[in-house]
Write a protein that binds this ligand. Structure first.
Ligand code: CDT
Length: 301
């Protein structure tokens, strides 16, 4: 029987001027709260160490690179890794990755309870645009600052649980969960930074954005018989509002825990991973019920 208390560590806003060190102090505080509640796994948001910098157009690539990490762990994040090892808490968090050969990715890593990195994911579905867009109320330049991830959707058996990662916009695509589901995933972790308003359509606001986030996470969980943890960076960053709404979802698609604020806030759920087996062996027994001869269009266009 595999049971684990899983925590989602929603972060409130990170301003442009906030240092990584200051953010890590906040992340450690949430980890200590999680450990006190018995959590063995903690999930932090996408780009957890900095403000959501893709909202800013930067012509100077030196400035761009100041938002990226060239090593993980590094001096700023080492205290987080050390505290994770001391507390025996596995974790996942997102950051902007600059590789030694100059590639930039929107990345997340997964550690075991010894603070060792066991998995890495690079965001596949990059939203937004790659040049300054005068038509938008604000920019979303992920396509300028990141390349599409080159690692695919993988899973790792970590601390007895089959875990997979995705990042923000990935949560809106059924293919994300299905690629992980086909590998037997039991826990999908997804950090996000989602603007509370649409930069191209003024009528869309917070309520609809929260609904679409829930809808995507709950459907992904149910249709793949897996737990899903979606964790926001929330609140107003330098005048730009991000949604909260972090949730932990069970394999039936029910929400087990939900963040109520747009601040640093911990949510926890006692996850019985044996609950994944029923869906995986009945209605979503992929080997018996999928009809792949009819799915060609999904990968051919
Ligand atoms: N970070 C991220 O992927 N955000 C997107 C915003 C889409 S609007 C360009 C999201 O899907 O939440």
């Amino acid at each position: 029987m595999t049971r684990m208390i899983v925590a989602g560590a929603q972060l409130g806003p990170i301003q442009k001027a906030d240092s990584r060190g200051a953010v890590v102090v906040r992340m450690v505080a949430l980890m200590e709260e999680a450990a006190a509640k018995g959590a063995e796994m903690i999930v932090y948001p996408e780009l957890a160490l900095t403000t959501f910098f893709p909202r800013w157009y930067m012509p100077d690539w030196h400035e761009v690179d100041s938002w990226f990490e060239q090593q993980m762990p590094n001096a700023a994040t080492l205290p987080l890794f050390e505290r994770a090892r001391e507390l025996g808490v596995a974790m996942t968090f997102g950051y902007a990755e600059l590789t030694p050969d100059g590639h930039r990715f929107n990345t997340s890593i997964l550690t075991n309870r010894k603070g060792e990195i066991v998995g890495k994911y690079r965001k596949v579905h990059l939203p937004g645009h790659d040049e300054y867009d005068t038509e938008r109320a604000f920019q979303h330049l992920e396509k300028r600052y990141f390349e599409p991830g080159d690692l695919g959707f993988n899973v790792w058996r970590n601390e007895g649980v089959i875990m997979g990662m995705a990042i923000c916009n990935d949560r809106r695509w059924p293919e994300t969960y299905r690629c992980l589901g086909l590998q037997g995933v039991e826990l999908v972790t997804i950090g996000y930074n989602t603007p509370a308003v649409n930069s191209q359509m003024s009528a869309e606001g917070l309520e609809k954005r929260l609904f679409h986030s829930d809808l995507s996470l709950q459907a992904g969980a149910y249709q793949n018989a897996t737990f899903v943890v979606g964790v926001a960076k929330a609140g107003v960053e330098d005048g730009h509002p991000l949604i909260g709404g972090s949730i932990i979802v069970d394999p039936d698609g029910f929400v087990l825990a939900r963040a109520e604020t747009e601040e640093d806030e911990l949510i926890v759920a006692d996850c019985d991973f044996d609950k994944c087996a029923f869906g995986k062996s009945t209605i979503f027994d992929f080997a018996r019920h999928r009809r792949i001869e009819h799915y060609g269009r999904i990968t051919s266009q």
